[in-house]
Ligand binder design. Structure first.
Ligand SMILES: *Cc1c(COP(=O)(O)O)cnc(C)c1O
Length: 372
């Protein structure tokens, strides 16, 4: 008998990004302008049937909306309760004993746990190495290669020529390549319409970011019909709630409406915010997404995050980012919120004395919390 839990689960933990309610939360890249109005209106008009009956087996109306929006065949679309669910499903469909997921690091923090949850090995390749030679991602004969474009948490955007190089290096019977486009709406460039005609390429999208629907848990992906079918089988029926699928479908059909305005303002505020930080001597990494990564001294990300939290601002810390050291990821939202961040930043980090004091305070608090 296999012990419970199975031995390769030993390293799997519940997700704990250290989030707690805070006055100004810029930590999770959700839409700080709010939610898609047509989606909200649909939820408000919920009927007994929406709740009492099972939804469509495989969210066909959302599938239709995606197919029409991107001009792809509906059988090339798969859906999930968040794009995390789509990723988890294709990881599961790729599983074989000893299977391996390869990815350029740093990247989306869920990739490693999804690999482990599905009994796969996770293999990180430092981005500079993968950028110089995409075939580095095929070392060790992986069964799945994951690429995030734009990348979370750096905001970097692998060029189309690099993606094409990766796909041609892979050859005829190489592994499934998954391109995570959670932030593609902000980059204005996508692989999605090409996915049906490229064998073993799956491109994922989410309703959680630009559409402002993170609470609904809804995502989708486009691939060849064969790959989309395997993802559907692995995910199982009834996973996307009916209201979530309908609300997300309305947002997909109206990408040029409310969302286009949000994207435009995000890009404007990202440039302005980048200038403000640069003026302060702290330039963030160039970003194609709705967040920026601000380099921090090695070992400082956690303390800096705690110091900002003390003044009511939430950001996401990253420690030991390959080629960079530490960093703080900050979501870009409406300008008054960015001003709120900047005044907190000035308060906490303006002078060396302040910086030291804030770090000491944070360290004191951290050790008090550990002691408890
Ligand atoms: C936020 C995010 C997702 C979205 O996950 P959902 O499950 O759709 O909410 C997927 N990939 C990346 C890289 C993300 O940052």
């Amino acid at each position: 008998m296999t012990p419970f839990p199975r031995p390769d689960y030993a390293g799997v933990r519940r997700y704990d990004p250290g989030r707690a309610p805070v006055r100004l939360d810029l930590s999770d890249n959700t839409n700080l302008w709010g939610t898609h109005p047509a989606a909200l209106e649909r939820i408000r008009r919920a009927t007994t049937d929406d709740l009492a009956r099972y939804p469509e087996l495989y969210a066909d109306r959302l599938r239709e909306a995606v197919a029409e929006r991107f001009d792809v065949p509906p059988e090339c679309v798969t859906t999930g309760a968040g794009s995390d669910d789509v990723l988890d499903s294709v990881f599961r469909a790729s599983f074989a004993p000893g299977a391996r997921v390869s990815y350029a690091a740093p990247t989306f923090s869920m990739v490693e746990p999804f690999a482990h949850m599905n009994g796969m090995e996770a293999h990180a390749v430092a981005w500079p190495e993968a950028e110089a030679d995409p075939s580095a991602l095929f070392e060790g004969d992986p069964d799945l290669v994951y690429v995030c474009r734009p990348n979370n948490p750096t905001g970097g955007f692998p060029a189309r020529a690099w993606i094409d190089g990766l796909l041609s290096e892979r050859g005829e019977d190489g592994p499934l390549v998954v391109v995570d486009e959670a932030y593609a709406d902000f980059a204005g460039e996508t692989l999605l319409p090409d996915a049906p005609s490229i064998p073993k390429l799956l491109v994922t999208r989410t309703a959680s970011k630009a559409y402002g629907l993170a609470g609904l848990r809804c995502g989708y992906a486009v691939a060849s019909a064969e790959v989309a079918l395997e993802a559907d089988k692995s995910r199982g029926p009834y996973k996307v709630s009916g209201l979530a699928a309908e609300a997300a479908a309305l947002a997909v059909r109206d990408e040029d409406g409310w969302m286009a305005g949000v994207v435009e303002e995000t890009l404007r505020n990202r440039a302005r915010f980048t200038d403000e930080l640069t003026t302060r001597g702290h330039p963030p990494l160039p970003s194609r997404a709705n967040f920026v990564l601000l380099p921090a001294p090695s070992g400082a990300a956690r303390q800096d995050t705690l110091a900002l939290r003390e003044v009511g601002v939430g950001v996401r810390p990253f420690s030991g980012v390959p080629g960079m050291g530490d960093g703080l990821r900050i979501t870009v939202g409406p300008w008054p919120l960015m001003e709120g961040f900047l005044s907190a930043f000035d308060e906490v980090f303006a002078t060396a004395a302040h910086e030291t004091a804030a770090r000491e305070a944070a360290r004191g608090k951290a050790s008090r919390e550990t002691a408890r």
